[in-house]
Each structure stands twice: as C-alpha cells, then as structure tokens.
Write a protein that binds this ligand. Structure first.
Ligand SMILES: [Zn+2]
Ligand SMILES: [Zn+2]
Length: 205
C-alpha cells in the first residue's frame, strides 16, 4: 500500500497546518488516527505531508475530519452564511452572531437521516451541515430532512471555517441588509402604505 499524501495535518497543538507552511523536521499528526506525519518536498511532488500506509485513513477522510473539527469550532465565533434575499433575490452574507448556535455534534440522526454535523440552538437541532465528500445531499434527503440544512465543500471550510458558502441549501427566508433598510425607511414605508391603500380602494369598487 502506498503512503498517503495530504495537504493538511495537525501540529502538536492540534492546529491545522497547510503543507506549504509546514516546517521540515517538525512533527505533525494525522487528524484521524493521530499517527506522526512528516512534511515532504521533492521535485516530483508539491510539498505535502506523508502518512504511513494505512488501512483506515484516506486523503478524503482526513479532509472530512479536519473540516468537521473546524466547523464545530466555528460556533465560538460569528459565522457568515451565504444565502439569498427573498425580496431582491441577490445572494448576500448573513451574519449569524456568536451564540446563534449553542453546541454542535457530529454524526447525528435527524429524522431518518444521519448528518455529518448538527448545530443546535439551545437543545433544539437548528441546522444540519453535510460536508461534501464524494456524495452530497440527495433530493430525497434534502426534501425529508425536518430541519434547515446546508451542504458545503470540505476544502472551503478548511480555507475559512466561519464563512459558509453552501453548494446547496434549504434555509428559512431571509431579507438582505439593504432590503431591510429600505423597508424601514420612512419614505418607503409611506409609499408602501399609500400603494396598499390605493389597491384596496380599487378592490372595494
Ligand atoms: Zn491517519
Ligand atoms: Zn435584498
């Protein structure tokens, strides 16, 4: 069996390190099995971590593991979630302030489906996150999951764990900050109420 080449590993403090930024002769660890990995750089390959041949670890599994850990950590900070505005239809980054999610758990069963990560609000599951590996959320699962869900790429979480840019999602309706301001603008409010009044005048005839 060949040694695995991976672009990420943990340092001795459990922090994710990119192979490009790794220091030679320092010890790194596999996020899945904790085995020691060393950084390798050659003329044939890009700089990478070398993982001894293993029957259990795979490159995808390691990325998946790191992404899950980083996502569980992200709830200690403000999270930005890309979603669509229900009024102007443009996508925008919605801020979910720290505290929106009170805890996270992995491999949780929601209804009939197991989810990679479930983020909770209090004790209630609030958002299911599927970290895309080889397969994503199928149509049936997407329809039947009883809570909001998003599907994200492992690599994008590793890049930035507090910016979630879903590949696909089912979320509550949202209104972007611009539309919200417009709705709260007194001139717009007056215009809308005049419009509603004129419409009801017509329908009364
Ligand atoms: Zn391993
Ligand atoms: Zn909008």
């Amino acid at each position: 069996m060949d040694r695995l080449k991976t672009p990420f590993a943990y340092n001795k403090h459990g922090k994710v390190v990119k192979a490009q930024e790794a220091v030679k002769n320092q010890v790194y660890y596999c996020p899945c099995c904790d085995i020691k990995m060393v950084v390798k750089e050659g003329t044939k390959y890009r700089k990478h971590f070398s993982h001894p041949a293993s029957g259990t670890c795979t490159s995808e599994g390691i990325l998946h593991r790191i992404a899950k850990n980083l996502l569980l950590k992200a709830i200690e900070e403000d999270i930005k979630l890309k979603t669509d505005c229900d009024i102007c239809r443009k996508s925008f980054w919605k801020t979910l302030p720290q505290g929106t999610f009170t805890k996270g758990a992995e491999e949780v069963r929601v209804g009939p489906y197991k989810c990679d990560i479930v983020l909770y609000s209090g004790n209630e599951p609030a958002l299911a996150v599927e970290i895309k590996n080889t397969h994503g959320i199928g149509k049936k699962k997407g329809k039947e999951l009883p809570i909001n869900w998003i599907e994200v790429n492992a690599s994008s979480i590793i890049e930035n764990n507090t910016e979630l840019n879903p590949i696909q999602a089912r979320l509550d309706k949202s209104v972007c900050y611009e539309c919200k301001n417009n709705l709260e603008d007194p001139v717009t409010k007056k215009r809308i109420s005049n419009l509603v009044a004129s419409l009801s005048m017509y329908s009364a005839k």
